[in-house]
Design a protein around this ligand. Structure first.
Ligand SMILES: [Zn+2]
Length: 467
């Protein structure tokens, strides 16, 4: 076994390490490219794909004598978690887990202690942040992830990402969403949020393929499990409490208009149907003046009673549905306790896809389960923890659709649709290898699959023991 230090400073286990020369990977490949969905092989060089297709065609595209590596398993584009609080997960990994903890133990403990603080003693230092990221990234690579969108990044977290990148240790492609926390003493209202954003001097899209600034994060309503999501109908029969609105409607519109006019996308936490309706309407009004497509506006969560009309409005405005089936899997039982049968329709992924929306999947990890195999299985079966029957099985989606939400559409949400989420010549060599074929396997097969390898920019960042 050969070890080498990669471009990002990580110690790579062996081979596929580029020595300046192209390499051909021979393995059945799911490209997610609608024009050529399957390939037999691909060639990569300097972190990018040179050719993808039939083996003969790939061989013809590279110099004679190019090294060939045959892999067991099936290659997929690297997965992107479109809603992952990676740095917070890193701090928790550093604070509470011994070095060498494997991903299964980490996920299990995280699921049992979602509300524990990620850092128990004072404020984490910059070293802590960097070390935390060094600790957690390999765990996420072990699940097939090559990219995340961190959906609420404070100034300290932004510095943590930047310093980790500067040291060559950010192996996960990261889109960081700035978070002016409206309602705090520093940012009491939308006006201070606008000042905050203006003061950054950069906006959505700034950065590179390792670290990029995403849309901002703002809260429209409260949390579903706290019974504070803003609904059209009261939470309980017999009273009129419909939830918590965290920004007044007119202020939200003003912030959205400022953002649309100044190069900022907006990702809005909108869980309940009324929050989704009002946020969608605000986005649609901004989109009437000029396209907001490039700014990657997103509805985040949107899982409790979004109306068909809101779904149409948001989709027509080009808004991404950033959905976390993990929350549905985790919370369905509890929400049935609060809402009865109303909860069964939660997270209507099928409705979004049928409306033509771009649906990006994420987990809200590490506070919710973030194993993509579980999330894909849940999305196909609509089975949730602690509940016997599928919830609104008509909202189930196919494996192909679930993979699209983790690849092409999550890449769109990451402003990287021409470089990631698909395996096509010219795109980045980000991929993962699993031991099942998504074209033929069942939901259960996928849930039980083994991730064999994960590669970012042509470099192996995870390799299963013995693979
Ligand atoms: Zn979140």
């Amino acid at each position: 076994m050969r070890e080498a230090t990669g471009r990002w400073g990580g110690v790579l286990k062996r081979e596929i390490v580029e020595s300046g020369a192209p390499v051909v990977i021979v393995a059945p490949t799911v490209t997610m490219d609608p024009e050529h969905p399957r390939a037999e092989a691909f060639a990569m060089h300097a972190g990018r794909l040179l050719a993808v297709g039939e083996l003969d065609a790939v061989r013809a595209a590279v110099p004679q004598g190019t090294r060939e590596v045959t892999l067991d398993g099936v290659v997929l584009p690297g997965l992107i978690d479109a809603h992952m609080h990676m740095q917070r997960g890193g701090l928790k990994a550093l604070d509470q887990f011994p070095e060498g903890t494997d991903v299964d133990s980490y996920m299990e403990r995280m699921l049992q202690t979602p509300h524990d603080p990620e850092w128990r003693d004072g404020e984490p230092t910059m070293e802590d942040r960097v070390e935390g990221l060094r600790r957690v990234q390999p765990l996420l690579h072990a699940l097939g992830f090559t990219g995340v969108i961190d959906p609420a990044v404070t100034i300290d977290e932004m510095r943590g990402y930047q310093e980790t990148k500067r040291r060559g240790a950010l192996t996960m492609r990261t889109v960081a969403m700035p978070y002016p926390e409206i309602g705090t003493p520093e940012v009491p209202t939308v006006d201070e949020a606008i000042t905050y954003l203006t003061g950054i001097g950069a906006s959505t899209g700034f950065g590179d393929d390792v670290l990029r600034i995403g849309p901002i994060k703002v809260y429209y309503d409260g949390e579903g499990m706290k019974g504070e999501a803003l609904l059209e109908r009261p939470w309980r029969d017999g009273d009129d409490f419909t939830g918590v609105q965290r920004v007044p409607t007119e202020d939200f519109q003003r912030l959205v208009d400022f953002c649309a006019d100044n190069g900022w996308g907006v990702g809005v936490h909108a869980v309940g149907g009324k929050a989704v309706a009002e946020a969608s309407a605000a986005f649609a009004r901004a989109a009437e003046r000029a396209s907001i497509d490039d700014l990657r506006f997103q509805l985040i969560h949107a899982y409790l009673e979004p109306s068909e009309e809101s779904i149409r409005t948001a989709t027509a405005a080009g808004v991404i549905a950033s959905l976390q089936p993990s929350i549905a899997w985790n919370n369905l039982e509890g929400l049935i306790g609060r809402l009865g049968d109303r909860a069964l329709g939660l997270n209507p992924v099928r409705s979004w896809i049928d409306a033509g929306a771009r649906v990006a999947f994420g987990s809200d990890g590490p506070f919710f389960p973030f194993d993509p195999r579980l999330i894909v299985w849940h999305s196909m079966t609509r089975l949730a923890r602690g509940v016997d029957a599928p919830a609104s099985p008509e909202q189930a989606i196919s494996l192909q659709e679930a993979l699209a939400a983790y690849t092409v559409d999550a890449a769109w949400a990451s402003m990287a649709e021409d470089r990631r989420g698909m395996l096509r010549a010219g795109m980045l060599a980000d991929f993962t290898v699993i031991d099942v074929d998504p074209a033929t396997c069942t939901a259960e097969d996928f849930r039980d699959a083994t991730v064999l390898r994960t590669v970012v920019g042509g470099e192996t960042v995870f390799q299963a023991p013995g693979a």
